[in-house]
Write a protein that binds this ligand. Structure first.
Ligand code: NAD
Length: 388
């Protein structure tokens, strides 16, 4: 029997609102065996004009500029939060109190305490929760999980990861909400580094302690009304400036609870790096390397190979994995960002339909937020800090 999940998308006009919608729409085509359909009941956005302009794409949905309207609707099973970061905790809390399952974009919250509160509240009510850490849903990382679980690279020695974008590299790039410490309290640490922390959470395990340097490269930016991702072509108004009140770079070293060390560098100011995302996992018997530039490919090294033939070999993820065959029957034709998000979205509605949460839940999100918070504690005190 096909199950219908009533969904309210909050922040429907933004990047994530659209991206999540693509997943909801395609779920029955991608994973027909789940027999689950997302029934989008509400689209919500503070920008009433843009909301009106996209309403025809959701003929069955109701529209509102006030997210509170959806909470009293008994037809809404799932509240999907694609709002700026500062709203996540407040809205998720209200949704949980209204008995709704909650899917929240990253960064999950502003503090670890807020994250713990939400996890405990949802668990007490048996609600499904999910944080939008989509990058690890690239099925290529299932291969990494298998290799690690099978002990193929031995004991962890070093996890080395980088994630950089260049959206704020040019000091003349105008101010956007992501530079505002009120709207985005965790800055680049929650915005970008939390993606790498989600890989750590899935692949490596808890971080024991860390030392981090969190910094801001450009102190002030010009103001252009409505400026954001996708409108970079607008010219700044040079006489109006705003202080940048959060961070755009974080570099850290860490130790993992199960042994091994980590070195991680992240920024939004790396000129020319449209998106760099890499990890390298070095073990006592081999190594695994991922680079988003070859997004469906892993490089794997084994010291068990014949020394005459040793070297990194490439493994392309393919239709042997269900999360790949959902889209394509042949390897190397290419899954990308929207596909990883669609996998996540399909898992979320399947979780609601079956009552079984999937990684990363709000509890996992709390662990990720503990690492985010530890970066700030370390940077402020200029010392190594315990994560828990
Ligand atoms: N998982 C990822 O890879 C990923 C990628 C991008 C963004 N995000 C996260 O998703 C969230 C949204 O980011 P985005 O890029 O979609 O931003 P965006 O600016 O494109 O969209 C945000 C939308 O929220 C609306 N909005 C703002 N305040 C509102 C309010 N009070 N009530 C209703 N609507 C309101 C805005 O009008 C806008 O349409 C952020 O937390 C961001 O960190 C995650």
């Amino acid at each position: 029997m096909v199950k219908k999940i009533g969904v309210a998308i909050l922040g429907a006009c933004g990047w994530m609102g659209k991206c999540h919608s693509l997943g909801y729409r395609n779920a029955p085509l991608l994973f027909p065996e789940n027999e689950t359909v997302a029934d989008i009941k509400w689209i919500v956005d503070a920008d009433g004009d843009r909301l009106k302009s996209i309403a025809y794409a959701y003929p069955e949905a109701r529209c509102t500029t006030d997210w509170r309207d959806v909470l009293s609707d008994p037809d809404v099973d799932l509240v999907d939060i694609c709002l700026p970061d500062n709203l996540h905790h407040q809205v998720a809390k209200a949704a949980i109190e209204a008995g709704k399952h909650v899917y929240c974009e990253k960064p999950f919250t502003a503090t670890a305490q807020e994250a713990l509160e939400l996890a405990e509240m949802a668990e007490a009510r048996d609600l499904i929760t999910r944080v939008g850490h989509n990058f690890p849903k690239n099925p290529v990382h299932e291969i990494t999980q298998d290799l690690l679980a099978n002990g193929e690279i031995g004991d962890l020695v070093l996890f080395r990861a980088s994630m950089h974008v260049d959206v704020l590299a040019d000091p003349d790039t105008p101010f956007m909400w992501r530079c505002d410490g009120e709207l985005a309290p965790t800055g680049v640490v929650g915005d970008v580094a939390s993606h790498l922390f989600s890989f750590i959470n899935m692949l490596i395990g808890p971080v024991r302690d860390l030392v981090a340097d969190v910094s801001t490269t450009t102190a002030q930016r010009s103001v252009v009304d409505g400026f954001g991702y996708g409108v970079q072509v607008q010219k700044p108004i040079r006489n109006a400036v705003r202080d940048v009140t959060n961070s755009d770079m974080v570099n850290l070293m860490c130790n993992f609870e199960n042994g091994g060390r980590g070195v991680i560098d992240v920024s939004r100011v790396a000129s020319g790096r449209r998106l760099l995302q890499t990890y390298e996992i070095y073990g006592t018997k081999g190594a695994i390397a991922f680079n988003y530039d070859e997004v469906n490919r892993l490089k794997v090294y084994s010291s068990n190979d014949d020394p005459a033939h040793q070297g990194f070999r490439a493994i392309d993820v393919g239709p042997e994995r269900r999360n790949f065959s959902a889209f394509l029957p042949v390897a190397n034709f290419g899954l990308g960002y929207n596909e990883f998000k669609a996998i996540e979205v399909c898992e979320v509605i399947h979780s609601v339909a079956t009552g079984k949460s999937a990684w990363p839940t709000f509890r996992d999100g709390h662990q990720i937020m503990q690492v985010v918070e530890a970066c700030f504690r370390s940077s402020e005190t200029r010392r190594w800090v315990d994560v828990c």
